[in-house]
Design a protein around this ligand. Structure first.
Ligand code: ZN
Length: 140
């Protein structure tokens, strides 16, 4: 597993998914190089010399909005924005956004199934009322 500094900083902040946390922990145990890198990152971060902590913090602060996640799901997004969300969710593994996205996915699946049924119902109501009523003020 190739770990970027941003990933390791996210690990240090315990901001990754449980799965990723466990995988990185495993690597750290068996890899002394990695342990050295982490020690370095921690000291750099604590002394405020490093910008990577800032990068990570910026990433975490810039969680996409629910609307943006919705557009992402629909594929209705510019590539750059879509790439960022993918990085945020897949690489950083932001748990908050993962939960939000899962929730939106269910809502969209539900809408996909419900919409044709609703359209059919509207058509039936319309057809059955056209024969009897000319028009009704306030009707759609
Ligand atoms: Zn997020």
């Amino acid at each position: 597993m190739i770990l970027s500094d941003a990933m390791l900083l996210a690990y240090l902040d315990e901001a990754l998914s449980a799965e990723k946390m466990a995988a990185i922990e495993q690597s750290i145990r068996s890899d002394s190089q990695l342990r050295k890198r982490i020690e370095l990152l921690v000291s750099q971060r604590d002394s405020g010399m490093h910008s990577l902590g800032d990068i990570w913090r910026r990433h975490r602060l810039s969680c996409p909005s629910r609307e943006q996640l919705g557009s992402y799901l629909l594929g209705a997004m510019l590539d750059d924005a879509s790439d960022y969300i993918e990085f945020h969710i897949e690489t950083i593994g932001c748990r908050y956004c993962q939960a939000n996205l899962a929730d939106l996915r269910i809502a969209q699946e539900h809408a996909k199934v419900a919409e044709p049924i609703a359209a059919e119902r509207r058509k039936r109501i319309f057809n059955s009322s056209v024969g009897r009523i000319q028009s009704y003020p306030g009707d759609e």
